[in-house]
Design a protein around this ligand. Sequence first.
Ligand SMILES: NC(=O)c1ccc[n+]([C@@H]2O[C@H](COP(=O)([O-])OP(=O)(O)OC[C@H]3O[C@@H](n4cnc5c(N)ncnc54)[C@H](O)[C@@H]3O)[C@@H](O)[C@H]2O)c1
Ligand SMILES: [Zn+2]
Length: 360
Amino acid sequence: MPRVVVPLAGRPYDVRIAPGLLANAGRLIARATRARHLLIVSDRRVDSLHGAALRRALGREFRIDRAVVPAGEASKSLAVAERLYGAARDANLGRDGAVLAFGGGVVGDLAGFVAATWQRGVDFLLVPTTLLSQVDSAVGGKVAVNVGGIKNSVGAFHQPRLVLADTDLLATLPRRELASGLAEVVKYGMIADAALFTRLEREAGELSAGHPGRLSRVVADCCRIKARIVGEDERESGVRTLLNYGHTIGHAFEAVAGGRLRHGEAVALGMRGAARLAVGVGWLSEGDRERQDTLLDRFRLPARFPGPRVVELLAKIKQDKKVRDRRLRFVLTRGIGSASVAPPIEDAEVRRVLAALLHS
Ligand SMILES: NC(=O)c1ccc[n+]([C@@H]2O[C@H](COP(=O)([O-])OP(=O)(O)OC[C@H]3O[C@@H](n4cnc5c(N)ncnc54)[C@H](O)[C@@H]3O)[C@@H](O)[C@H]2O)c1
Ligand SMILES: [Zn+2]
């Protein structure tokens, strides 16, 4: 069973990846934490599809309390976090208890935020159920809620004790959610792993169809890349920034789309834009840009998002943390499999690239 260690000084933790892993959850969790009292946080959809299987797997060894929140980004709020504090209080969850997130990135970020803050921090366990959360959000300890209309504006670094990625859970994932996760997978290929990228090109058909074996291997590869990067730079003061490839433009689209774009869909648009910028500065060949875009097409990820205006998107981008000296900096690739932060780019060039993403 693939096991990836997130090599954090003082407190490394395991990410386990395998089809059918859920059945071993009780034994693996009992080894990773001393807690025998768990507050399981889930959304309605995941709870109704897979909640019973998780509880069965945990067996009699744990005292279990459950909190179920509505599915969707709106649950990443202080109001919902407060309801979870209420659930923790009603369950008498003490410092020797743990919060277990069972769901996608929304549940993971929200439950992790509660675990980081309830009684100044309790153990945190993650059982991610979307491809996006298995390849990305479950590894690295960033937890947050959205406050004041700004995504992830209030949060913490709170690393889990264990991450269990059961790729069988992906079988019930809607096609659009699977594609959204595949966008982040393409990102890892572009920034860090040319061999992974080539395999994605070869296996694109099977991956979009949800082939469990192919997906497991991809999840393991992505977790390995993310674990290495997080191990080098837990607090994002250096190399971890590269994981934001496609996210500067992507977040702007996500913000103006008001829920009409999945996170990965917005990131796909952002990567298409970033690749154009990279060609413009002479870092990426036109051929490699086409390879990226063709792969995104094969995963049926959007190439255009008509509606917003260029000025609106540019304003959102400028709110982004990475603006320095009022000129924009982007993570760009120097060929497939390698990325760096590029020198500042003129607004006119960014506008040109944004316009291309708005019109066909
Ligand atoms: N912490 C990080 O490092 C990090 C990184 C990337 C993204 N994120 C966050 O992750 C969130 C997006 O995560 P997401 O894409 O997983 O979205 P999500 O958690 O909203 O899940 C997407 C949808 O899939 C459903 N679902 C989940 N598992 C399912 C399953 N196995 N079968 C059927 N349906 C299932 C959910 O109910 C939901 O409706 C965003 O809030 C983003 O900010 C965090
Ligand atoms: Zn992302």
